[in-house]
Design a protein around this ligand. Structure first.
Ligand code: ATP
Ligand code: MG
Length: 231
């Protein structure tokens, strides 16, 4: 099954006149598998979303609130929640992550640079090299000084997202990678538009709490002051 999925990606990439070669798997989780790949000879990361049949969209629907399906047949399918609707939501999910990466990367923040999206795959800057992939923040022991600098950097990034109109909505030490002593935020498909979501501030506060809880193990943080920066 996974092989078939990859073949479609290979074919599409070839059609675009590009060349890819898989080097290794970085991580295989329940939502996606992330590979180290050579794309036109350059080492990049490829995130391949799992097939919708294997995924559970229960938790995703609330993030898609306010999302419009242009075709009435698509709207109907999504309202009914049939198999076709699963496929639609899934395609949307992949496109949405790439779309958000593109928008946010332009703001000059520390996130992987998006490169290409085909089918259920996103190619982006590899945080890592041929031997090592950047560890998640949860797996790193920070010094006080590192923690202080990284915390300020993450909060500044979240503030840039917020001022731009986006809340990550799944932010924690599990979705931040540590590379060259800098934090990079990853994993955006569930991010919400604060202008169309009913409770963006609630989601923002949850993100800020997670970040504060993690960095609070290393440094002292005044949570109210942090939240105050967003008001
Ligand atoms: N650009 C990247 N460079 C290096 N490693 C990456 C990159 N993007 C993702 N990874 C690795 O892949 C893992 C999963 O990526 P991500 O968080 O985007 O997917 P996910 O939807 O949470 O997947 P899962 O639920 O399967 O963990 C990350 O924790 C990280 O280890
Ligand atoms: Mg993740």
């Amino acid at each position: 099954m996974e092989k078939d999925g990859l073949k479609i990606i290979f074919d599409q990439v070839k059609k675009l006149g590009q060349e890819m070669e898989i080097s290794s798997v970085i991580k295989s989780g329940k939502e996606a598998t992330v590979y180290r790949v050579f794309l036109n000879g350059e080492l990049v990361a490829m995130k391949v979303y799992k097939n919708p049949e294997e995924r559970d969209f229960k938790n995703t629907s609330r993030y898609l609130e306010g999302k419009n399906y242009l075709k009435p047949s698509h709207r109907k399918a999504v309202a009914k929640g049939n198999r076709f609707s699963k496929k639609l939501k899934y395609e949307n999910w992949v496109k949405r992550e790439f779309f958000l990466l593109e928008k946010l990367y332009k703001l000059g923040v520390k996130i992987p640079k998006p490169i290409l999206q085909v089918e259920n795959a996103i190619f982006m800057e590899l945080l890592g090299d041929i031997e090592n992939a950047a560890p998640r923040l949860c797996d790193v022991e920070l010094t006080k000084k590192e923690a202080d600098k990284a915390f300020q950097s993450v909060i500044e990034t979240v503030l840039i997202f917020w001022n731009f109109g986006i809340v990550h909505a799944d932010l924690s030490e599990y979705n931040i990678l540590w590379w060259h002593k800098e934090p990079y935020i990853i994993d955006f498909p569930q991010a919400v538009d604060k202008r169309t979501h009913p409770n963006p501030f609630e989601l923002l506060e949850r993100d800020l709490k997670n970040i504060t809880r993690f960095f609070g193990k290393f440094i002292e943080i005044d949570f109210e002051e942090v939240v105050g920066r967003f008001e």
